[in-house]
Design a protein around this ligand. Structure first.
Ligand code: ATP
Ligand code: MG
Length: 567
């Protein structure tokens, strides 16, 4: 990654790697991997892991594999595999020719299992899942040995073979590691290595009806691929002794597992199971709904890959779980878009304004700056005419103190155009609602400044009614009402926390004519409103559809100023 804005700061994983490089532990190699289970779309938490694994590899001239941990055929699908590949590429990372699947190692795992049986380290157990749970004991109570624990090697080999041959029903038998039913670590109490699952696998088809468990897959896959640092999230810390045990008993190459704190983000949920619930329950339009914390959702919302990478850098690495403020993610995309997004004028909630003294039929092309942050982006022409739209909330009939925008008798500036003064207000006869304003303009203020040094306190954006294009604009708010949804007692059902106003659709917006034919995915700053992108699915030449990526209000910067947060 060379277009990253800042150099990776030191962190505890880099320290471990640097120490290993010094002592020559892996012969100077750094080889990481990103190991998703293809049972859902990737979310921003995965982005943290992707950035970490791929940047460590590139920073230390190492390699990073993409490996699908596809051991659960009931939940895995090709669609997920494809979306994961697309998301990683979009983030800007490249696994080269190192695309692997745990399922490619099924034969090898089977052989490993036989090896452990022969060494007296694994046995076939006939207990049911419930009985296994019961026999396992608790944190305060040691477990009990299964009555099948001391089967002979031959019986175990025969039964395991019959399991593979499909002789037994799902759930009737498992292969377990023979470790210690009294271990203080529950993961070490004879964990299950293989279960029976008569289920077609998206890659191996019907070849297998027994599938290895995650714990019997992960470390061995790392080992086969020669991974040096197997980086995972904290919940696997208690699994590390088991990871090490399998590798030691099999006497195979031993990578080092290192744990870091997973990313939690405020006002959203991050587990794939919960996100799937939202998709299946129709609470969102799909995995790529712009309210979702998925990478595809963020992409559709208008986030740039760089903003996500910067966010992942900035939150750093910790060994303790914490909650990151959504405002920081928004700050990161604002920072990026500020530099690259062309400015345009769009009226979201239109109020018609007739400029009485502007000649009917006259059109002027006014010059507007595309991006004040980047003069190289040049200028464009925008048409001005007698009837324009401004934003409804830029006018108040009875302006309160500190409301400096348009009001009866008051003069304001139209950006890049003229000063206008409100001379009359037209109301809907039935509702009393203001439906049109009449204004006069001062021809001597062209470009936005008066020759007589006269000042106005507000500058409004506008579009020419006749020339503007219709558009639909979708405004998004937080998916959940609660900052820390998982802090809720009833976290199992979080759906009562869904924000009913997370999506607002505005259907009568007007955009300046230069946006005709804007390509799906293009990003703009709508002046005074925020950053928006052309929806890559619903937008068409007939009707432009925009998603609001983020508003201009930077709550993160405010938090910083107030000295509450840390950056
Ligand atoms: P989820 O809990 O959201 O369903 P998962 O851990 O089951 O995710 P995997 O596909 O197994 O999803 O994850 C692939 C990699 O991404 C793992 O190494 C995992 O530790 C890491 N990862 C998952 N969620 C996060 C997160 N919130 N923050 C950082 N890394 C994460
Ligand atoms: Mg997982």
């Amino acid at each position: 990654m060379n277009d990253n804005d800042f150099k990776t700061p030191p962190n505890f994983i880099r320290n471990i790697i640097e120490e290993d490089l010094k002592t020559g532990k892996y012969g100077g190699r750094v080889h990481t991997r990103f190991p998703p289970e293809p049972n859902g779309y990737l979310h921003i938490g995965h982005a943290k892991s992707i950035c970490l694994n791929f940047s460590l590899a590139s920073d230390y001239d190492g390699l990073c594999n993409l490996r699908f941990d596809d051991t659960n055929p009931t939940k895995e699908e090709d669609e997920y595999v494809e979306s994961i590949k697309e998301d990683i590429k979009w983030l800007g990372f490249d696994w080269g020719d190192r695309l692997y699947y745990a399922s490619d190692y099924f034969d090898q795992f089977y052989e490993y299992a036989i090896r452990l049986i022969k060494a007296g380290k694994a046995y076939v157990d006939d207990l049911s899942a419930d009985e296994i749970r019961e026999y396992r004991g608790t944190l305060t109570k040691p477990g009990k040995d299964s009555p099948y624990r001391n089967r002979s090697e031959k019986e175990n080999l025969d039964l395991f073979n019959l399991m593979r041959e499909g002789e037994f029903a799902d759930g009737s038998r498992v292969l377990r590691a023979k470790i210690d039913m009294a271990s203080p670590n529950l993961n070490m109490r004879d964990p299950v290595m293989y279960r029976i699952l008569h289920e077609k696998h998206n890659r191996t088809g019907d070849k297998w009806c027994i599938y290895p468990m995650y714990d019997f897959t992960h470390g061995q896959s790392d080992s086969i691929e020669g991974i040096t640092h197997s980086i995972c999230t904290l919940e696997f810390e208690d699994h590390r002794p088991l990871y090490d045990w399998f590798i030691k008993e099999l006497d195979i190459y031993h990578p080092q597992q290192v744990e870091f704190a997973r990313l939690n983000l405020s006002y959203t949920v991050m587990s794939k199971r919960k996100l799937l619930e939202l998709v299946e329950g129709g609470y969102v339009s799909g995995w790529d709904d712009p309210r979702m914390p998925t990478i595809s959702g963020l992409r559709r919302r208008g986030f740039t890959p760089r903003s996500i990478r910067n966010f992942c850098e900035r939150i750093g690495l910790a060994k303790r779980d914490s909650m990151i403020d959504m405002a920081l993610l928004e700050h990161c995309v604002r920072e990026d878009l500020n530099k690259i997004a062309p400015r345009v004028m769009v009226v979201l909630r239109p109020l018609r304004v007739v400029i009485d003294n502007y000649p009917e039929g006259q059109v002027e092309e006014l010059e507007a700056i595309n991006n004040p942050e980047d003069p190289d982006m040049g200028t464009r022409k925008i048409p001005f005419s007698r009837v324009i739209y401004i934003e409804q909330d830029d006018f108040q009939e009875d302006p309160p103190k500190k409301f400096y925008r348009l009001a009866p008798g008051r003069e304001v500036r139209l950006r890049y155009a003229y000063f206008i003064k409100c001379v009359d207000v037209v109301r809907d006869q039935k509702t009393g609602e203001v439906i049109e304003l009449h204004c006069t303009y001062d021809p001597d203020t062209k470009g936005g400044s008066a020759t007589d040094e006269r000042r106005v306190k507000a500058t409004l954006h506008w579009v020419s009614a006749e020339h503007s294009l219709d558009a639909e604009v979708r405004l998004y708010d937080y998916l959940l009402l609660k900052e820390d949804p998982m802090g809720e007692k009833d976290e199992a059902d979080f759906k009562h926390l869904l924000n009913p106003n997370s999506l607002e659709i505005l259907r009568s917006c007007h955009v300046e004519p230069g946006l005709r034919g804007a390509a799906p995915g293009s990003r703009y700053q709508f002046e005074r409103q925020g950053y928006f992108c052309v929806d890559n699915i619903d937008s068409s030449n007939d009707l432009l559809v925009f998603n609001r990526t983020v508003s201009l209000r930077d709550t993160w910067a405010r938090i910083q100023k107030a000295g509450k947060g840390k950056d």
